[in-house]
Design a protein around this ligand. Structure first.
Ligand SMILES: Nc1ncnc2c1ncn2[C@@H]1O[C@H](COP(=O)(O)OP(=O)(O)OP(=O)(O)O)[C@@H](O)[C@H]1O
Ligand SMILES: [Zn+2]
Length: 812
């Protein structure tokens, strides 16, 4: 027998043939993970995946080695559907099948170093020699009896024998051994927390701390902590203050076990929703009918912010589970939307498996196994959750389908949303793409009847859409560099009424750049040649692309002048300005810098949810899915950020950001208002935002896209040529265009470039781009890949790397 295999680290486009020994033949199935032993070097075993099994060898390819062992107890790690997806991805996104396969399996499954064998406790007593039929099995058992636990590697070494997995799996089925994975973090995760000391009277403590405001505040917050304790390092709760409290005996240090896998660190009391609204029911009815029909169909659910899309998903999934089928829910980034995840969890309990990037290897591995063996029936998580090892999937939901986070920015550069549609097709499932601001691609597909459009034009419970107002910054009095008097008064009013405010500034750090008023010098990143961002807290300049950091000095490094101008405020500076305008008010800041610690997002959102703070300031993170009833005001500090980016999707992105953040206001009984500060008030996009109308914006933008043949009127393939040598990057791109033109008719596509990329140099590499616009034809994946390899081979001396990005989301 022969198997066609995709072998790890063998960068090939087609599977290779391997012989299968008789002993393995009955167990081997397609999708199995196996050990491949190449004929050229018998000792160099590699992991591989079985594409298919054949009785006869391929007449064109002779066997290159053999399958010597089967992993994962012979249970295929790829189902026919996920194998099909991997092959589709490698073809559509022009990568190698093994790269796609590796992308869809969790890391712990792709290594055998943690594999261990144990003897189950009872076996130690009841070893029955008659059952242990072979010498090898007896040897294994006697070794294990001495050691109780050995890694598979150790076992192999001691026995001087390799490829024991199949034997071990047979022995495991007989109950003689247990095969496990050992993870370094075997102990449950814990964290130090603080709680008020039991023996003290809060009033005494408050008096004693009258002169230590930080400690006093920390103590007050401990008293109010919902779970009775707080962790250090969260917003403004410094280790120092808490330690001081502990030393004085006012607080106690305790160790708290962190909840595992599904927990996102955010929870809220369940909300009882008696019944769906009329429009929710209509939408549910349409999707449910398609589901009952049992055939593939994709819906685009265009529902305004706060229209109750989540409840529709939940009701649909209830029916899917009842019908005995399974489901997948994709969200852009789970840490940013813990609220959505927790609502699903409330309804489905253990039947849902939440996949979280902050999970440990062990948690990831266990979650994967739970889905593979049917213990959990809904997988919810970010884009890679589309590969969940579930069988018989009946529905796939993609929440906030417009979000660019669905696109993976490394090989394979797939879009989770598009893979979701492909998977639904292969599973004969319904697929629901939901958004208040659908991507143009999806809306166009709906107009073309490829998707079925469903709408939720109103908010639930008669909540009104927020009123949106523009604040032209040139004409308005400013109280600080970033805050107009108008917005200030609005914030003040909300605080007086004890309502909440969300403020958006889509730039982090203190100042986007620092300009010398004397000599006009701007510090640039030495690796990327773009302005370094000033971070006041660490007194550092940082490059936001490569992370390079340098010490900030208050004098200009070239002329020594003290006259430095801080341009383009970031969240850090705005937090400082707000602190001055609203002394004593706690301001939560949410951006990449404040959320790097595990669980930090959830902590900030929880504090805001519990009204321990009334102002939440942040980057685009604050625009995502938050559903807090007391938020009555949303302020955008500078809508101009992102207006003039050289990317044809810049307007679409900004429109959707503004609409999404506006949508956080007035979601319950308190009406919402939105104030948008902008300099460039003529930008037509703003008029559409003020009108709150997606369709009018879509129509207008689509005209421009049609004229310029941009997606959805064409398909784009972006190629990037990078090299430490500028010449190499540019010339190879040129050569590529020449080669491509020789291979394809000119009318098949438009070629743009080569041109330096939006960020022409990143991390010491020069970047040149070529953009292929395909209006009618398709390009064969094989041709482009062949040209790619050819070029990399020819320009090896300049360390050229060429990446192909199909349907690129980011042209910078
Ligand atoms: N039928 C209903 N009756 C009462 N309240 C409801 C109903 N359906 C949903 N809600 C509530 O309405 C609020 C908004 O719902 P949800 O968060 O699902 O909106 P959404 O459409 O996802 O909005 P966004 O696009 O802004 O994320 C939630 O608090 C939800 O609990
Ligand atoms: Zn840099």
């Amino acid at each position: 027998m022969y198997a066609l295999l995709y072998v790890d680290r063998y960068l090939r486009d087609t599977p290779l043939t391997a012989t299968v020994p008789k002993a393995l033949a009955t167990e081997l199935r397609s999708g199995c993970q196996v050990v491949f032993s190449p004929a050229s070097n018998r000792r160099k075993n590699v992991l591989a995946y079985v594409e298919s099994i054949q009785a006869e060898p391929d007449p064109e390819s002779s066997p290159e080695g053999s399958v010597v062992d089967i992993l994962n107890r012979g249970i295929p790690v790829l189902t026919p559907v996920t194998m099909g997806l991997a092959l589709w991805i490698s073809d559509y996104y022009m990568t190698r099948p093994i790269e796609a396969i590796n992308a869809l399996l969790p890391a712990p499954l792709k290594t055998t170093v943690q594999d261990i064998v144990e003897v189950p406790a009872f076996m130690l007593r009841t070893l029955d020699r008659r059952i242990i039929s072979t010498q090898l099995r007896r040897d294994i058992l006697s070794l294990l009896q001495k050691q109780k636990k050995l890694s598979v590697r150790q076992l192999e070494r001691r026995l001087g024998k390799k490829n024991l997995y199949r034997t071990l799996a047979v022995m495991e089925r007989g109950g003689f051994v247990e095969l496990k994975k050992k993870f370094s973090s075997s102990a449950p995760k814990t964290r130090t927390a603080y709680r008020p000391a039991a023996s003290v009277d809060p009033e005494d403590v408050r008096r004693a701390l009258a002169r230590a405001p930080r400690q006093l505040e920390a103590f007050n917050r401990l008293l109010e902590a919902p779970e009775g304790h707080l962790f250090a390092g969260g917003q403004q709760l410094s280790h120092q203050a808490l330690n001081a409290l502990a030393e004085k005996g006012y607080a106690e240090k305790i160790t708290v076990e962190l909840q595992s896998s599904y927990s996102t660190g955010f929870s809220e009391p369940p909300k009882i929703i008696a019944r769906l609204t009329e429009s929710q029911q209509q939408v549910l009815f349409a999707v449910r009918n398609a589901f009952r029909h049992g055939s593939f169909r994709t819906f685009l659910l265009h529902g305004v912010t706060g229209s109750g899309k989540t409840m529709v998903y939940i009701e649909l999934l209830k029916e899917v589970l009842e019908a005995g089928r399974n489901a997948i829910v994709l969200v852009p980034e789970i840490s940013l939307t813990p609220q959505t995840a927790s609502r699903f969890r409330q309804h489905f309990g253990d039947r849902i498996q939440i996949l979280h990037s902050a999970m440990s290897s062990r948690e990831k591995y266990e979650a994967w196994q739970r889905l593979r063996n049917g213990e959990a029936r809904i997988a919810l998580g970010a884009r890679s959750t589309v590969f969940a090892p579930l069988e018989n999937v009946g529905a796939i939901i993609v929440d906030e389908e417009h979000d660019p986070a669905y696109k993976q920015d490394r090989t394979p550069r797939y879009n989770g949303r598009d893979v979701a549609v492909m998977r639904a097709k292969q599973e004969q499932a319904v697929c629901v793409l939901g958004s208040a601001t659908p991507s143009f691609e999806s809306y166009h597909n709906a107009e073309q009847q490829k998707y079925t459009l469903l709408e939720l034009p109103e908010r639930v419970d008669h909540a009104e859409m927020p009123v949106i107002r523009l604040v032209p910054m040139r004409e308005n009095r400013r109280l600080t560099p970033s805050l107009s008097e108008v917005l200030y008064l609005q914030i003040k009013q909300r605080l007086e009424r004890d309502e909440q405010v969300i403020l958006l500034q889509n730039r982090r750090g203190f100042a986007g750049s620092v300009l010398c008023g004397e000599c006009a010098h701007i510090p640039l990143c030495p690796h990327c040649h773009i302005p370094m961002v000033y971070h006041a807290r660490h007194s550092q300049l940082r490059c936001h692309y490569c992370g390079h950091a340098a010490l900030f000095s208050k004098t200009c490094p070239t002329c020594g002048s003290n006259d430095l101008i801080y341009r383009s405020s970031g969240t850090e500076r705005i937090a400082e300005e707000l602190g001055e305008l609203f002394p004593g008010e706690r301001i939560l800041r949410m951006d990449v810098d404040t959320t790097s610690a595990r669980g930090a997002h959830a902590m900030i959102l929880k504090e805001f949810h519990d009204k321990q703070a009334r102002i939440l300031l942040g980057t685009q993170m604050v625009a995502k899915g938050l559903d807090f009833p007391d938020v009555s005001l949303v302020g955008v500090l500078m809508a101009d950020i992102g207006m003039n980016m050289p990317d044809f999707r810049a307007s679409e992105r900004l429109f959707s950001l503004l609409m999404q953040v506006a949508g956080r206001a007035g979601r319950a009984s308190i009406p919402g208002e939105v104030y948008i500060q902008a300099y460039n008030t003529d930008n037509p996009l703003l008029a559409h935002v003020l009108g709150g109308c997606y369709k009018s914006f879509y129509r207008q933008e689509m005209e421009a896209r049609r004229d310029l043949h941009y997606p959805p009127f064409s398909r784009l393939i972006a190629l990037e040529f990078t090299s430490p040598e500028e010449r190499g990057a540019e010339r190879s791109a040129d050569e590529f265009i020449g080669m491509l033109e020789r291979h394809i008719p000119t009318e098949a596509c438009t070629l743009l470039g080569p041109a330096p990329a939006g960020r022409a140099r990143l991390k010491d590499r020069y970047r040149y781009q070529v953009l292929i616009k395909l209006t009618t034809h398709r390009l064969s994946s094989g041709l482009l890949k062949q040209l790619q390899y050819e070029l990399m081979r020819r320009w090896q001396h300049q360390q050229l790397s060429v990446t192909i990005d199909v349907d690129p989301q980011n042209l910078m």
